[in-house]
Design a protein around this ligand. Structure first.
Ligand code: ATP
Length: 199
């Protein structure tokens, strides 16, 4: 699995449709300060379902929509399309190529699509969770985040590693199952009380 193509339309400084094509291996994006390199990384987080405006370096989610310049009027919507090569089947979907699209209108709300079919945020998260791309997007390490990871407590560092390894998902499922077991046990106890009263 590798990221194949990223198209930005009206996302942050990318007012016109801009497509970046990646090859397997390492990709470097170079450019002068303020030219939009970090905006490309923000677009990757955003299309994969990022919900925090701060993580995207904005005050509110609407800030991802092109806000206009002296020469160009603001736009009413932002759209990012990410194509992932899935020939190795790392994503649990029967397509060799998966395209995730996220669209947002100034009026609010996000729309997602997987290979052109409307999807929910949950569908996108579930699709990506087995690939090691977690909800917290720890695979994307932004400026300054490396320091934060190095200075994290052993417990939270373990959390980063567990999420990347896909353990966190199973830990959450285990916690949910244990809660269910607890409430079933409580129900059983109540039932036994009732049976005892009726005998
Ligand atoms: P550096 O090398 O300094 O980190 P960079 O190449 O990573 O810079 P970015 O931070 O990606 O640059 O881009 C910053 C630019 O994006 C700024 O000029 C900012 O005005 C512009 N920008 C951010 N959000 C929007 C928006 N919603 N609409 C228009 N322009 C935006």
């Amino acid at each position: 699995m590798y990221l194949k193509k990223l198209t930005l339309r009206g996302f942050k400084s990318f007012a016109s449709a801009t497509t970046l094509v990646f090859e397997p291996g390492i990709t470097c994006v170079v450019g002068p300060n303020g030219s939009g390199k970090s905006n490309v990384v923000d677009a990757l987080s955003w299309v994969m379902g990022e919900q925090g405006a701060k993580t995207l370096r904005g005050g509110k989610m609407e800030d991802v929509i092109f806000a206009g310049t002296a020469k160009r009027a603001p736009l009413g919507r932002a759209e990012v399309e990410l194509t992932i090569d899935n020939t190795d089947g790392a994503l649990p979907i029967e397509y060799a190529e998966v395209t995730i699209t996220r669209t947002m209108f100034r009026s609010g709300g996000s729309e997602y699509a997987i290979n052109g079919t409307p999807a929910r945020l949950l569908d996108v998260q579930e699709l990506l969770s087995d690939s090691g791309i977690g909800r917290e997007m720890h695979v994307i390490v932004g400026q300054g985040q490396l320091d934060a990871i190095l200075q994290a407590t052993p417990e939270s560092r373990r959390g980063f590693i567990e999420e990347a390894a896909g353990v966190l998902k199973h830990r959450k499922r285990k916690e949910k199952a244990l809660r269910k077991l607890e409430s079933t046990n409580a129900n059983l106890e109540r039932l036994q009380d009732l049976v005892g009263e009726l005998q």
